[in-house]
Write a protein that binds this ligand. Sequence first.
Ligand code: FDA
Length: 503
Amino acid sequence: TSSSAGLEQGFLQCFQAILGKSTTSELIFTKSSSSYESLLNSSIRNARFLNSSVPKPNLIVTPDSLFQIQVALLCSKKNGLQVRVRSGGHDYEGLSYVSHLPFIIIDLLNLRSITINMDEESAWVQSGATVGELYYAIAKKSKVHGFPAGSCSTIGVGGHLSGGGFGTVFRKYGLASDNVIDAQIIDVNGKILNRTLMGEDLFWAIRGGGGSSFGVITAWKIKLVHVPSTVTVFDVSRTLDQGATDLFHKWQTVAPKLPAELFLHTVVGVSNSASHGGKTVVVSFTGLYLGTAENLLPLMRNNFPELGLQHNNFTQMTWIKSVLYFAGYSIDESLEVLLRKNQTSSSFKAKSDYVKEAIPLVGLEGLWKMLLLENSPLLIFTPYGGIMSEISESEIPFPHRKGNLYGIQYSVNLVSNEEAPNHLDWIRRLYEYLEPFVSKLPRQAYFNYRDLDLGVNQGNSGYENAKSWGLKYFNENFERLALVKSRVDPGNFFRDEQSIPPL
Ligand code: FDA
């Protein structure tokens, strides 16, 4: 619209007046710039939001200095443009690059340096880096250090560490957010703040409460963790005919009680291959043990003999090779695959739940029936326990700690625009089906698996409305997040569909 074009002009003038016209041409991309579309799409990780009907930003700014971010914030505020901050672009609902108001994207793709201090066993990581780049940088310095974050190597550090972040070693070391020791953020007034300057309340809020409500997080200081020089991986699958139901039933109570060094998750899908004798549910039991195969064997035999694991099910490797493995690469690939930026993405919808009591056999049978109605359902069941049960629910905003057996992520491929409504309907029915078996009052959800079905801000609809999703993501930490928001951004400049409103 013309008014939106006016805001855009105003922004450009403001930006160029401060930074000069010649420098800004490589920093700002308008809809008429030839690389606007490729830049916009470069880190969209849910193809659902590639659609031409999805609103696009008026401008994309790609700062390579903190000062440019300060100027972008100032000029957005002055011109009434919304700001979306994008790091890795993996947001499930596209909130880092979609808004229904005139908006700009501050894309941090040029701010991706990683500085490791081996003496201190710490690192400063800029938000635009991916977790793959971080794992790679650590591996180049040490074979016995690592960092506990997500499995997919293209996830951005900016969003991931501000919303929790778990992976295959989180039962031993906690979440990515649990291992943040300092941060750098630019607040609504354009001030650059570290932990001391931002205060402990804001530092608490951005480690799990999401960055997008509080400012632009430009870097994190993290604590590296010690990993053993040899780890062991395994992956076995069972169909329903092969006893998958009983095994899964048992897995529910076994996996959360295993030693913290042993991560054993299940991935449940549907196979239609002739080798499985037609359409069936397949449960994969995939594990990572922080130790040798020799030590793993008795652990599995004592705790989960029904799975029948033998020595030949195990593959020993270095920790960084296990990172490749869980990122979906062959362990024979070179580590450089962790630096890859683009991956083809599908169009998907995902939801999450937490389970505190094992789902009974009849519940599982009903669940399998639901799955068999879909072509490509994918459910990932992540066991909790270990250190996750020892960290208090209020240590950081992420509240899902003691008392959870496991978390569930369920997702479905939406295939095409025409087919999307059917698949969306299916996943929402699955969510209804699971209600009796999952956490209640509130029914909890994982913030980093963002789900707009849980509710959205409408205009400045406020705290009471936001409780519908806020309590699910943050439980009793939600009120405290809203109080921090009131202090640091009372005017609610940094907002999106599920940002924390001021109280
Ligand atoms: P993106 O850039 O989209 O940002 C996400 C949100 O954070 C947005 O609201 C954005 O505005 C805000 N934000 C981003 N950078 C910011 C900054 N610098 N300052 C302030 N706000 C900022 N999770 C997990 O825990 N374990 C896992 O193994 C996986 N695996 C996984 C695989 C795949 C394929 C996807 C698509 C997602 C995951 N996730 C995950 C979920 C992931 O943790 C979540 O989507 C993160 O928020 C992604 O962070 P990005 O920086 O990539 O996202």
